[in-house]
Design a protein around this ligand. Structure first.
Ligand code: BGC
Length: 762
């Protein structure tokens, strides 16, 4: 270490100790705030701006590649303290090397913070987040996030760009797969659980990573489901639907937030003072840091709100964005903006302070290399324990959509089973999109899972039958769907004809969803419908195993298939988990976190819609809210999912028919398992506020309980509803409940419910 540098660091420590000793008299009493202030005092303006600058590595690009010369400058800039963070540097060795560049060369040796998209696992891949939400088990998401954090942190990652907490109602949008679906209540529970899972109780532990709630805000409401498109939503939707999961993430202690690419009402989210300064950092008193999305500062120019990078930098820093990801706007222009007096240095101090705070909390100043640990990396990554959780998570994420004549579960012996479809042998698609450092083609395929299933004695034959994709499968390039090759059909028909049952894998390739993967048509692509019908003609006993990252339109399959198992993209243990369910080792218990439309044109479709002024076909004429060529209700509603037994719900009983603001109402139902097997049910409670200052959704999920009930037995399920549960953002811009009449519903999904009512009085 150079002499100059050791003098500076000693000085820093001296100042720091002096501040700590004076802490009792200091207005800032949090030791980390004191450290941050001390460090800021040592830094030049340029160095502070450096902390706000984040670059990608060359190894992995999760956005448009930067220019070659910019890439070259990067190393020099790291060495001179002009880079605060890197993304897409992974692995204990590589992160250590990159860290050395900053720590050993820059004047103050401030460590880099390494960010990465650890969305549903680092190398042990869990179900995609949408799938995991189908478990209706936030504790499970917490567990898988904590394992993802354990693996990622051992590989030198400090910070994940997750959870994605965008509410999404439009299955045309490819990023539906990344979130928890359409409901703000379920979304909030999953948001908080994932933040807690990633961060644990202690951010400085080398087994946890900082979380990042994204994309702030309303990215899930892009028009027509086309990625990067504009958003124009009301304050009502923003506060009642979009923001609750973000608030839950902030309350759970999320160390960071990420901006969204979109504009809202013409104002880019990245420079949106209402979102960032008034709500997040104002009303919510959020003291974490905000990172832009990939060049979303630079994209303010494309939005047509700033003419150049300098103006974009100005608008974004004033707006409340602290770190510029891959935009090169801050590092190139903030110094000049301060020097000419256009912006106040206090803005830079605040933003840099937030970044440094996260670095202190992560323990990077105690040991900048503590995360990058090759030993731990070997030990924890892909451990048997992690894979066991991945299998459990995968089984719990599966949703049984149809099961005619109880074709499922399949017997373990005596059957000839024809397994077909490219997806049945695909070891890559189950890994899903946003796969971090997963090893390609490393998932257990469906056919492997079926053949390896415990005590399996059936005659199992596989033929591909149908290919989904022509050519390269890639995260960054468009896919080509096979629309001409029917060469496998004949063999598949012969096999189907001589088999008792056909297990057919249909759906989507993993890279058909995710960022940049919007579609105008969510029917099954390529020749899949034709293939299904050809096989159906020779053997109608078909179990469809549906692998997909978004709700899909099933068309005739919904009527014709004997059974439909929604298995999403389930992660590394996919085949094993699906086989567990197919053969009854595990009874399905998942419930849809999103509505499945009948046709694409219903999008956006969601259960918690408003009533409209003409909800019913009362007069038998055309003048009511509906379509003339399709139903207005979904094929499968939010909360829907079957299992291998049936449940009967009693009427709802309430302990009061009226409550005041300091009381609660107890809502009770008896749920009876009327079948022959033990079963797990998610008992769901919804409300409807009948008359309020603004129109309220026809149903809103407010509580649920997952209960396991032995065959033939009943369980009493009780919920307590408080006035706080009835609160919403009202006409006076207040989050409050309003007195009046409420319906309460309890049932097995958002459609099939029992109903009662009560009053809230002043
Ligand atoms: C995505 C973010 C992601 C970032 C970094 C962007 O394109 O929108 O969700 O975290 O890239 O990979």
């Amino acid at each position: 270490m150079s002499t100059i540098k050791s003098i500076i660091i000693t000085l820093f420590l001296f100042l720091f100790m002096a501040e700590v000793n004076a802490m009792n008299n200091s207005p800032k009493s949090d030791p980390i705030d004191v450290k941050v202030d001390s460090l800021l005092k040592l830094m030049t303006l340029k160095e502070k701006i450096g902390q706000l600058n984040q670059y990608t590595s060359q190894w992995e690009m999760t956005g448009p590649a930067p220019a070659a010369e910019d890439m070259q400058n990067q190393l020099e800039q790291i060495k001179t303290g002009l880079v605060g963070s890197m993304l897409n540097v992974t692995g204990a060795e590589a992160t250590k090397e990159a860290q050395k560049l900053a720590v050993e060369n820059s004047r103050l040796g401030i460590p880099l913070v390494f960010g990465y998209d650890v969305i549903h696992g680092y190398r042990t891949l869990f179900p995609i987040p949408l799938a995991e939400a189908a478990s209706w088990e936030p504790a499970l998401a917490k567990k898988s996030a904590s394992i993802a954090a354990k693996e990622a942190s051992a590989a030198g990652i400090h910070w994940t760009f997750a959870p994605m907490v965008d509410i999404s109602r439009d299955a045309r949008w490819g990023r539906v797969m990344e979130g928890a679906g359409e409901d703000p209540y379920l979304g909030s529970l999953f948001a908080a659980a994932r933040v807690k899972g990633f961060q644990g109780d202690d951010l400085s532990s080398t087994s946890t990573v900082a979380a990042c709630a994204k994309h702030f805000a309303a990215y899930g409401f892009i028009e027509a489901g086309r990625d990067y498109n504009s958003v124009d939503i009301s304050n009502n939707t923003l506060h009642n639907t979009v923001l609750p999961p973000f608030k839950a993430a902030a309350d759970a202690g999320a160390a960071s937030f990420m901006n969204a690419f979109n504009v809202i009402g013409g104002i880019p989210a990245t420079m949106n003072t209402y979102l960032l300064r008034d709500i997040l950092k104002g009303e919510w008193e959020y003291d974490g840091m905000v990172v832009s999305d990939w060049n979303s500062v630079g994209e303010i120019i494309k939005h047509g709100v700033a003419p150049n990078k300098k103006e974009a930098a100005k608008l974004a820093i004033i707006g409340g964005c602290d770190m510029d990801m891959e935009g090169r706007c801050y590092v190139d222009h903030l110094e000049e903006l301060v020097a000419e007096g256009t912006i106040d240095e206090a803005l830079i101090n605040d933003a840099a302070g937030r970044v440094l705070k996260m670095k202190f909390e992560l323990g990077l100043f105690d040991d900048p290399y503590q995360y990058s640990n090759t030993e731990r990396e070997k030990e924890v990554i892909l451990s048997a324990e992690n894979l066991a959780v991945a299998r459990d998570a995968a089984r719990k994420s599966i949703v049984l959509l149809k099961n005619e004549q109880e074709v499922l579960p399949l017997a373990k012996s005596g059957l000839s089973i024809a397994v077909m479809g490219e997806l049945a042998e695909d070891k890559d698609s189950p890994i899903g999109s946003w796969r971090a450092s997963a090893i390609p083609n490393s998932a257990v395929s469906l056919i492997e899972g079926i053949k390896g299933n415990n005590e399996q004695k059936n005659d199992i034959q596989f033929t591909q039958g149908i290919r989904l994709i022509d050519g390269e499968k890639s995260f960054v390039k468009e896919l080509n769907f096979n629309t001409t090759d029917r060469s496998g059909f004949e063999e598949a028909k012969v096999l189907a004809q001589k088999s008792d049952v056909v297990v057919m894998a249909l759906g989507e390739n993993c890279f058909q969803t995710g960022e940049g993967r919007s579609q105008t048509d969510i029917r099954l692509k390529g020749l899949q419908m034709e293939f299904f019908n050809e096989i159906y003609a020779v053997n109608p006993n078909i179990v469809v195993v549906l692998m997909n990252g978004r709700p899909v339109v099933l068309g005739e399959i919904a009527e014709k298939a004997k059974a439909i198992l929604e298995v999403w993209h389930l992660g590394l243990e996919s085949g094993n988990a699906i086989a567990d369910v197919l053969f009854g080792d595990f009874a399905p218990s998942g419930k849809l976190p999103v509505s499945f439309p009948v046709v694409t044109g219903q999008a956006p479709i969601y259960y918690n819609h408003l009533s409209t002024g003409r909800p019913d076909n009362g007069e038998g004429n055309v003048f009511w809210s509906h379509y003339t060529d399709a139903p207005k209700v979904p094929l499968y509603p939010f909360g829907y999912g079957l299992t291998y037994t049936n449940f009967e719900y009693s009427d709802i009983s309430l302990d009061k028919d009226q409550i005041s603001f300091d009381e609660f109402v107890k809502v009770t139902v008896q749920v009876k398992n009327t079948g022959k097997r033990e079963g797990t049910e998610v008992v769901q409670l919804y409300i409807h506020d009948l008359f309020a200052s603004v129109a309220r959704p026809v149903k809103e999920l407010k509580a649920f309980k997952k209960v396991t009930i032995p065959a033939g037995e009943s369980k009493e399920v009780t919920f307590s509803l408080t006035p706080q549960d009835l609160a919403f953002y009202n006409i006076d811009k207040k989050w409050t409940a309003e007195p009046g009449d409420f319906k309460v519903f309890v049932g097995t999904n958002s459609r099939d419910v029992k109903e009662s009512h009560f009053k809230l009085v002043d």
